[in-house]
Ligand binder design. Sequence first.
Ligand SMILES: *Cc1c(COP(=O)(O)O)cnc(C)c1O
Length: 482
Amino acid sequence: MKYLSTRGHADRKQFCEILLEGLAPDGGLYLPETYPQVDAATLEKWRAVYRDSGYADLAFEVLSLYIDDIPAADLKALCRKTYTEAVFGTPAIVPLRQLEPGLYLEALSNGPTLAFKDMAMQLLGNLFEYELARRGEELNILGATSGDTGSAAEYAMRGKKGVRVFMTSPQGRMSPFQQAQMFSLQDANIHNIAIEGVFDDCQDIVKAVSNDLDFKRKYKIGTVNSINWARLLAQVVYYFAGYFQATQASTGSARTEGQKVRFTVPSGNFGNVCAGHVARMMGLPIDKLVVATNENDVLDEFFRTGVYRVRASADTHETSSPSMDISKASNFERFVFDLLGRDAARVADLFGAQLSTQGRFDLSGDTTFQSAARHYGFASGKSTHADRLQTIRDTFARFGTMIDTHTADGLKVAREHLSAGVPMIVLETALPIKFAATIEEALGQLPPRPARFEGIEALPKRVQLMPADAAAVKAYIASHVD
Ligand SMILES: *Cc1c(COP(=O)(O)O)cnc(C)c1O
């Protein structure tokens, strides 16, 4: 399998080449040249693999269709090292919980940092270590986080040979739990940098450092942001696992061939739901992919109107589902590429020229957009703070299940897209303890805390406070790379 850029750059690359790269040289995102097709017989074979050998081996089945520059035995070992009960809490790894007949939560948040980003980041940590060792190279990961991404990256890379992490975050803006999760890590290869500023300042610093090509090359600067294809690919696996569990539960031992399901995905950068799109393109019978947003409704607006309008920082709301507080959806270009029949020149015009000059593009008059719902099965909806509180209360009162604020956005929107006889699977993207203040506001009680996080706020913190200044961050990196 070779990979191409959504903006048409001529090179075709192997998986391990794009693993350590960010954007393609032309500013586009990498996608496989084709989507391998999974027929009904293979689907049933994979169902048996998941049931009999477990999630790690299912992951190997999916990944091996996209990766041919890692020997199969090594790839299988990497999957088995990653998806263990010890790391993810259950043998199913992504167990399904029924709320009511036909409506399920798929638990993706039982990994080390209690958010779904662990599902991909844990694999990425092992892939990086493997590939860097093979090349005899090192990588210094520079990132910006408002919460979940940074901790997932740090827990995935801690103690890994050949990798250091320099993670910037806005001083005092993360929840106390999120700060404690990151800053309590004592591993020598993990560096927390608290910036006197907001998240955008952190992102600007990362951009400024990455744009200094000499520095980037000299200090081997890399990223782990959500546009990384390996992260997206890892996420494809749990759409299959969710499908197998939901169709088993709804049909018993009866034939499941042709049974369709729907997924609702709490969305920000369109990474999670884009993996669902890939699963669907491979042939997984997904009838609808429902994109759920919070008040930052860039994506909902697009799927309703055909207009994609990037927001200014000042128009980006700070909400109680903060991991979905985005001004633009960085993975969206991948879907639009497929939507437009893989017309790279048009994608380059929309995402290059039009977005940079007008901050928006409009596909409403385009026949491809009009058929998007039919061909690609996308739907969308939006949820507000009041909706989140209401959904958290209702779910707790009726089912005794406590859900986090992002999952609440998903469940609220999912209920608007139910269809009789089609199981609806809502992806649970974080555990409630990460957003305790809003849970307390909704329920008048604090969420349960997994035993391993007892008292983390009191642990010693390893963090360097710095002004919002790229030069200061560069100097810090230079002095911590031997
Ligand atoms: C990152 C994140 C999201 C958004 O996922 P995308 O892939 O950016 O769409 C939703 N919920 C939680 C809890 C997250 O951490």
